[in-house]
Design a protein around this ligand. Structure first.
Ligand code: AGP
Length: 606
């Protein structure tokens, strides 16, 4: 995830900005850059590589100045390189950007026709050119920025400076950006940790806000140029808490980041109006030749593969075989040349999943990785890669990576289905419309986190849990059970609800909380039967459903209503309360939620 910082004040901007970038390194990046304004001239330095290398480049005096912007880049459009690194410049306007501009191609085409020359492959570079095009038409700096922002579609957090003006301008839409208020000096940053050491007084910008910093003053306006009022908030965060954005644990922060993580994973890929999905970074074989897809991973990522199987088989009627990587690599899988092997991995460094990829490559099979970490082994060595844009996942228990993996697999199924003519453009548009509503639906679940915290308090003392689900929600309950196990150390196992009578029912008594995911879908009646069997054996049922009038509503101990969505996307919603339940129980028990005992974030050994 990119990070941006800016400064306007009375001190040396360069040192402040480099230090602020260092404090954003935890977000992950592949290149860094800085621009400093000094007496009407802007010096720019940028490079692929680490902030410490940038520090060496700017050590000389030409980077003196009291106004500047800086950036760490996590590549989404255009490979990591100097020419794709930020800041980007056009005329005397210099910009750093976090987010994705969806309509950059049409803007670039129009600006090229006006004579603008582009040097990079990035979406960001259209922004300084667009601002310059307005300045050339006689608009002043602030107006040129405001009118440019009105044309952008997608997400942005921006820092903008110009040689002919002493001002620093910042703006945000869907990508977070905060203003730090010092004593006659101002900061901007993607995240609090960058500047928490300089000030604890923040203005949290909201979508469509524009902040204009002059000498010792800041003015906030909206996209229409009207003044906007935002309060200055004093935060009591330590450095450590700042990295967690005020949340007690990274895991909770990452659960709450899921709406934005999914939005960022969608942006730049979905073209609803055209009914298509684009994966720019993807080199694909002739999809018409693919007769079978394998989906292989470990842990949470394997659960995502199980959901992927449902998506591809139900939407494309292509056979999908899933397997745990540590099994796949030793069982002589019957791979054929026209198979596709999909490897899902948050870290991109899981030893068994890498070994599975090698197994596939050895047999001449096309390998596609779904990864969250740029430059990781699976991202680099697979024949093709699709990145989840979840941003760094610090908590060992995977949360936002899981929901963005499902999102990516859903989008890839749409892309493949449209390419093979198995899904019409209008159906693709319909599916895109559904997944674009998912972030808001997740947010409505997160808003009820307090309810789930109360449920957690009630069940935290139990030592065994059973989770039941059917169809696409079976992987979801597997994931819910894994979350509880790995962070609270409580024994939890998940079963396909139809399997209950084949053994697990012997476990049911009043000491057994049973979590049941029971949406009103084609398996509803069957699952009602399972719930009846549990209740009649005094089991304690916690039910998640999308049906407020579920016939078992007043028979179960806990009843939580989920927003409705299409069957294929139910797991993205049903897993969120399960993540929160596991988190709150573990938090009450006082375990090390972010670094649970015996676990590593990435299992790079076998
Ligand atoms: C999930 O919460 C665990 N941390 C673990 O199961 C993890 O999903 C598994 O180790 C796979 O990791 P990967 O996605 O980085 O390959």
């Amino acid at each position: 995830m990119c990070g941006i910082v800016g400064y306007k004040g009375k001190s040396d901007a360069c040192g402040i900005l480099i230090d602020a970038l260092k404090r954003l390194e935890y977000r992950g990046y592949d290149s860094a850059g800085i621009a400093v304004w000094n007496k009407g001239k802007i010096e720019v330095a940028r490079q692929k590589g680490k902030v410490d290398e940038l520090r060496k480049i700017v050590a000389d005096s030409s980077f003196a100045g009291k106004t500047g912007i800086a950036h760490t880049r996590w590549a989404t459009h255009g490979t990591p390189s100097e020419r794709n690194a930020h800041p980007h410049k056009a005329g005397d306007v210099v910009v750093v950007h976090n987010g994705i501009i969806e309509n950059y191609i049409e803007l670039k085409d129009r600006l090229r026709k006006e004579g603008h020359k582009f040097l990079s492959d990035t979406d960001t570079e259209v922004i300084p050119h667009l601002i310059m095009s307005y300045i050339k038409k006689g608009r002043d700096f602030v107006e040129a920025v405001r009118l440019s922002l009105k044309e952008l579609r997608g997400s942005y957090a921006l820092g903008i400076i110009r040689e002919a003006d002493k001002m620093l301008i910042a703006a945000r839409k869907e990508s977070p950006l905060i203003v730090g208020v010092g004593n006659g000096e101002y900061y901007i940053a993607s995240d609090a940790p960058a500047i928490i050491n300089r000030t604890k007084r923040f203005i949290f910008l909201e979508d469509d806000d524009i902040a204009v910093f002059a000498e010792g003053t800041v003015k906030l306006i909206d996209l229409e140029g009207k003044a906007v009022k935002r309060e200055i908030r004093q935060v009591q965060w330590s450095d450590a808490m700042a990295e967690k954005g005020g949340f007690k644990h990274f895991m909770l922060k990452e659960i709450f980041e899921q709406p934005r993580a999914i939005s960022e994973t969608l942006i730049g890929r979905v073209k609803e109006e055209k009914g298509q999905v684009d994966f720019e970074e993807l080199k694909l074989p002739d999809l018409a030749k693919i007769k079978k897809i394998w989906m292989v991973a470990c842990g949470t990522s394997y659960h995502a593969c199980m959901i992927g199987k449902h998506l591809f088989e139900s939407m494309l009627r292509i056979p999908v075989e899933t397997d745990i990587a540590s099994e796949f690599r030793y069982r002589e899988p019957i791979l054929k040349e026209d198979d596709m092997l999909v490897l899902v991995s948050q870290s991109g460094e899981t030893a068994d999943t890498i070994a599975a990829m090698k197994e596939g490559k050895k047999r001449g099979v096309y390998t596609l990785s779904v990864c969250n970490v740029l430059g990781s082994t699976l991202a680099r060595d697979a024949d093709g890669v699709i990145f989840t844009h979840a941003g760094p996942e610090i908590g060992v228990a995977s949360t936002k990576a899981f929901t963005t993996q499902i999102s990516v697999l859903f989008l890839f199924a749409l892309h493949m289905g449209k390419t093979l003519g198995r899904i019409s453009a209008s159906d693709v548009s319909g599916y895109i419309n559904e997944i674009k509503q998912v972030p808001h639906k997740i947010q409505s679940i997160l808003d009820a986190s307090g309810l789930i915290e109360e449920v957690a308090r009630k069940y935290m003392a139990y030592r065994n849990f059973l989770y039941l689900g059917r169809g696409v929600n079976y992987p979801s309950v597997l994931e819910g059970a894994l979350k509880l196990k790995e962070i609270s150390y409580i024994h939890a196992e998940a079963y396909a609800a139809g399997e209950m009578k084949h053994g697990p029912i012997a476990l049911i008594d009043e000491n057994m909380p049973v979590v049941v995911v029971s949406p009103h879908d084609h398996t509803y009646k069957k699952t009602c039967g399972n719930v009846e069997e549990v209740i009649s054996r005094r089991g304690r049922v916690l039910m998640l459903t999308d049906d407020p009038s579920h016939e078992m509503a007043d028979r179960v101990e806990t009843f939580f209503v989920l927003p409705r969505t299409i069957y294929a996307l139910q797991p993205i919603l049903s897993v969120v309360p399960l993540q929160l339940l596991a988190y709150h129980i573990a938090n009450f028990l006082g375990t090390d939620v972010d670094q649970p005992r015996n676990l590593a974030k990435s299992v790079t050994v076998e």
